[in-house]
Design a protein around this ligand. Structure first.
Ligand SMILES: Cc1cc2nc3c(=O)[nH]c(=O)nc-3n(C[C@H](O)[C@H](O)[C@H](O)COP(=O)(O)O)c2cc1C
Length: 345
């Protein structure tokens, strides 16, 4: 059966408005229960922030065997999406981070440059949608809401932290089981896109969020870190305030067309999909090693490039408690069912 999926030729708004209905499908069981941030989950499989543009998309993917669904990043005010292309296929092998640029290709072969600029519906809209989604979602599944602060030109860091925290509180008050604060978005040029690279600033933000949301699980979403000392410094700064870290958002680089011209006005974009698997598994293992050495209580979500049971197991062996799939799940909405089938056999 061909399942409906995101149409990359159409706009963000079109896809937002054309979320498929949940399916009635028997999903095989994952062998064993999973514990994540105090929740008992039926499998480690989730969808990270991005593909699930609203509650209807969350319910659709939940019906297809994902046990942890993340509502695409929202803000404290409406924000429009960038123009098409939002998803530009690229021709790459494995990326490590630090690549100057990558070439485009027409057909999707596993990796694409993602260019949305973290749009958001108005808070009144997303809050009501989160509330309704939580009420319709199977109670054994987690609804996470991804949030980000919207820095203004004259703001202090504390004002940005307060904006993050206000969004986080609104998400929790609307019924989210946990919140994910996005500290990495290569597609925006403001500092909220790069906070994970500045441990002290990141600490200010997570501390402020923690003060507002109490004990509710807080996940930090981070980007590519290649240096062990950078990972160590970030974990040291933020571990008292976060329950989990999700990595890796994407690998940032510029994108060139067939004529050698830069797309996206020469600005970097996040490459997501297969090309990020090795780097992200390696980064997850690095974070896990430091967490164990230091005795921190931080769980890990492996994200980036996973597209089959082997990839999921690589993340689990690297120390992740859960594994999230964006690109592969958009390409093949029945992927969680297929992975569970194989895991159960
Ligand atoms: C269509 C799309 C939109 C995304 N939007 C967001 C976002 O709003 N917030 C965020 O933290 N990450 C976003 N991401 C990044 C994903 O959460 C994930 O980190 C990345 O895609 C790597 O996973 P993958 O290789 O399985 O795609 C987006 C990714 C895709 C493909």
């Amino acid at each position: 059966m061909t399942l409906p999926r995101y149409d990359r030729q159409q706009t963000y708004q079109w896809n937002y408005d054309h979320a498929p209905e949940p399916m009635q499908i028997d999903v095989p069981k994952w062998p064993g229960d999973i514990s994540f941030c105090g929740f008992r989950l039926q499998s480690p499989l989730g969808v990270p922030a991005g593909p699930l543009l609203n509650g209807k998309w969350c319910l659709y993917y939940a019906s297809l065997g994902f046990d942890f669904v993340t509502y695409k990043t929202v803000r404290s005010s409406y924000r429009a999406c960038y123009e098409l292309p939002n998803l530009q296929p690229v021709n790459v092998g494995m990326l490590q981070g630090g690549e100057a640029d990558v070439p485009v290709q027409n057909e999707m072969a596993g990796s694409w440059a993602v260019s949305y600029g973290m749009p958001s519906s108005d808070p009144n809209l997303w809050r009501a949608d989160v509330k309704q989604t939580r009420s319709l979602l199977d109670e054994r599944k987690i609804l996470c809401v991804s949030i980000v602060g919207s820095v203004q030109p004259d703001w202090t860091l504390q004002q940005l932290a307060d904006d993050y925290a206000a969004c986080a509180l609104q998400a929790i008050e609307s019924g989210a089981d946990c919140v994910e604060a996005n500290f990495s978005c290569p597609n925006v040029s403001t500092c909220d896109g790069q906070l994970y690279q500045i441990p002290d600033d990141c600490q200010t933000v997570v501390k402020t969020i923690r003060e507002r949301i109490g004990r509710k699980p807080l996940i930090g979403k981070i980007g590519r870190i290649t240096q062990p000392n950078q990972m160590r410094a970030l974990l040291k700064a933020i571990h008292p305030y976060v329950d989990a870290l999700a990595m890796t958002n994407s690998i940032a680089t510029r994108v060139k067309d067939e004529q050698g011209n830069f797309l996206f006005d020469g600005q970097v974009r996040g490459i997501c999909g297969k090309a990020t698997l090795d780097a992200s598994v390696e980064q997850t293992a690095l974070a896990h090693k430091i967490i164990k050495e230091e005795g921190y209580e931080v769980e890990l979500i492996g994200v980036g490039g996973a597209s089959c049971l082997d990839d999921v197991q690589r993340y689990l062996h690297a120390g992740a408690a859960a594994v999230h799939l964006a690109t592969a799940a958009m390409q093949n909405p029945s992927i969680a069912i297929e992975i569970k089938q194989l895991a159960a056999s």
